[in-house]
Design a protein around this ligand. Structure first.
Ligand SMILES: [Zn+2]
Length: 408
């Protein structure tokens, strides 16, 4: 989920040059075979907001948005983390209530589509769902404010099947600083460190997307399990605080972690980012118009924000960003940390997608592009999902070990 701190509206845009041509319908037989025999995992999707709208159902192909079962099938997306998200400004009991309603909505869809979806709470369950020809549905909490500073609430989410928590969203929480807010805690507080330890014990992945650099390093130091950046890209290419520096990626990888590349145009393209900075009024205009059309319906706000952004691109007010920027970031990350530490975390249905990656049907182009760049089939499989599954299994192993340890 992309959100500026002070807004209620998603923003953003797109820019760019023409990438090399890989059309979803025209990928090579080799890429097709590799892609559709791999377990393809996406660690961050905001489609959950749409589930709150009674008119949307994952089983029906939709012309809007990026994710539904037919399009996941067409794009070979086998495992998806549904993001449980409420804005940072919503806190306490209200945040907990809304998070639980979203978990209910995800579980409701799994219940409604038993032939297509299977709840997965471990790497082994993802593999089993894949073996049965089903899409593994997983959940991640996007923002530590949803535990209301209570470890019991964290345990409650874990018991309901949530398998990662992003420590913050856009704004600071009471115990951790965010990357897009003014630092007040100097990283993690003592309670924040307790949260990380408890997540380790529960076998939940500690997600450092959205946190400040200092919070990242505090979490890295305290965590007994490797960390995940569920939806972040490379700061060396696009200087956004939400992205990771090369050094951060190296430190993440040295402890076994994985960076999952985010497709949001303002995290992919410096040109786009510069255009936003040069004319902040555009985002305000888009935000106000989306609010007028949607009120506080978050699912609607996301879709309208994306549509209005593209209107600005068409009018030449914002640059056009091509999907090949995803490959550029992926390749950069692989060059810095190796193919064992990079994956995919799209931010579909929560951000502005580049041209050519509008929805899940386009994902096979990533496989084709990586093969065209000379990646081995084994490395492509790792990036598509195996790295995430290895990370999950390791986090689960640490959790079992800590749970078995005598209480001190
Ligand atoms: Zn996000």
């Amino acid at each position: 989920m992309f959100r500026a701190v002070s807004w209620t509206i998603p923003c953003l845009l797109v820019g760019g040059a023409l990438g090399w041509a890989v059309l979803a319908g025209s990928i090579s037989e080799k890429a097709r075979r590799l892609h559709f025999s791999s377990i393809v995992v996406d660690t961050h999707d905001d489609t959950t907001q749409r589930l709150l709208d009674g008119n949307f159902d994952l089983g029906t192909r939709d012309a809007r948005g990026s994710i539904d079962i037919p399009r996941m099938r067409e794009g070979g997306l086998n495992a998806i983390f549904f993001s449980i998200w409420v804005p940072s400004k919503v806190t306490g009991a209200e945040a907990v209530k809304r998070a639980n309603a979203q978990i209910d909505a995800v579980l409701g869809q799994i219940h409604k589509h038993p032939k297509d979806l299977e709840l997965a709470t471990s790497a082994a369950e993802v593999r089993e769902a894949h073996r049965q020809g089903k899409i593994a549905a997983l959940m991640g909490i996007e923002g530590g404010h949803m535990i209301a500073s209570d470890l019991g609430t964290l345990r409650h989410y874990a018991a309901r099947g949530v398998r990662y928590m992003t420590l913050t969203h856009s704004g600071n929480v009471e115990w951790a600083d965010a990357s897009t807010d003014k630092a007040v805690h100097n990283g993690l507080t003592d309670f924040g460190k307790q949260v990380v330890r408890e997540m380790n014990r529960l076998g939940m992945m500690v997600d450092i997307s959205h946190v400040s650099d200092k919070t990242f390093y505090d979490a890295l130091k305290i965590s007994k399990a490797p960390l995940i950046a569920s939806h972040s890209s490379c700061r060396a290419i696009c200087d956004a605080p939400r992205n990771m520096t090369d050094q951060m990626m190296k430190d993440l990888a040295a402890r076994g972690g994985v960076i999952q590349i985010n497709y949001h145009v303002a995290f992919l393209s410096q040109e786009f980012r510069n255009a936003e900075t040069a004319n902040p009024g555009i985002n305000r205009t888009i935000g106000a118009e989306a609010q007028r059309l949607c009120g506080n319906d978050e699912g609607c706000l996301l879709l309208e924000g994306d549509r209005l952004t593209r209107e600005h691109v068409v009018k030449g007010k914002l640059p056009r960003v091509e999907w090949t920027k995803i490959i550029e970031h992926t390749d950069h990350a692989v060059k810095v940390v190796g193919a064992d530490h990079v994956g995919l975390g799209s931010d579909f249905d929560g951000a502005n997608m580049p041209y050519g990656m509008e929805d899940a049907t386009q994902i096979p182009k990533i496989t084709e592009a990586l093969l065209q760049k000379g990646y081995s089939e084994s490395d492509v499989r790792k990036i598509l999902g195996e790295n995430t599954l290895r990370l999950m299994a390791e986090v689960e192993r640490v959790g079992r070990e800590l749970s078995a340890a005598p209480k001190r």
